[in-house]
Design a protein around this ligand. Structure first.
Ligand code: IMP
Ligand code: MG
Length: 173
């Protein structure tokens, strides 16, 4: 499978950008009650690296939303498979995502979390594919903007595989 992957961002490029994002987030949330919510499954390497680059003591938790049932295209239907186990009313919430594609997942998650009346809600994604957007979604922190490619690695999968690649690459089916 790895032979079908053309590298796009290597480990050093990712680490450098993650460190920069961590510094921005540290500056923006200093002195605030911060809850960082990772969207499983794809976020796990990005979450692990980014939270360690945040020089604060955020409450860390996870959610799982699924819009994606195998293959390289999203079905458009978003289901919350696992909700977070933290109250967020009056707290500052930062949602971490691996990639924003159609925007449907984060549109749903943002609406769901806004109903709980957080003090603020922001989104941080490692990758953004703006040309694929079906619904507008506000994203405050973006690691890298990419063209319309199907990418794998560093958490991103094709049918559950290649999440463990330490770099991000374009997958050629
Ligand atoms: P959405 O289309 O913005 O709702 O994105 C939904 C989800 O689709 C993302 O969180 C990823 O899990 C998955 N996804 C979108 N684009 C890619 C890709 O290029 N590679 C792997 N997964 C992707
Ligand atoms: Mg995902």
């Amino acid at each position: 499978m790895r032979s079908r992957v053309t590298p796009l961002f290597n480990e050093t490029q990712i680490a450098t950008r993650v460190k920069e994002l961590g510094e921005l987030i540290t500056r923006d949330y200093a002195g605030k009650d911060l809850v960082v919510v990772g969207l499983l499954n794809g976020v796990f390497p990005f979450f692990a690296d980014l939270v360690r680059a945040i020089d604060l003591d955020p409450d860390l938790t996870f959610m799982q939303a699924s819009s994606y049932h195998g293959g390289t295209d999203s079905t458009g239907e978003v289901v919350i498979k696992k909700d977070m186990d933290r109250p967020i009313q009056g707290r500052h919430v930062l949602v971490l995502e691996d990639i924003v594609d159609t925007g449907l997942t984060l549109h749903k998650v943002r609406n769901l979390l806004m109903d709980r009346e957080p003090a603020s809600l922001a989104i941080c994604t490692l990758l953004d594919k703006p040309s694929r957007r079906k619904v507008p979604v506000q994203v405050e922190y973006i690691g890298f903007e990419i063209e319309d490619h199907f990418v794998v690695g560093y958490g991103l999968d094709i049918d559950g595989k290649l999440r463990n690649l330490p770099y991000v690459g374009v997958y050629q089916p």
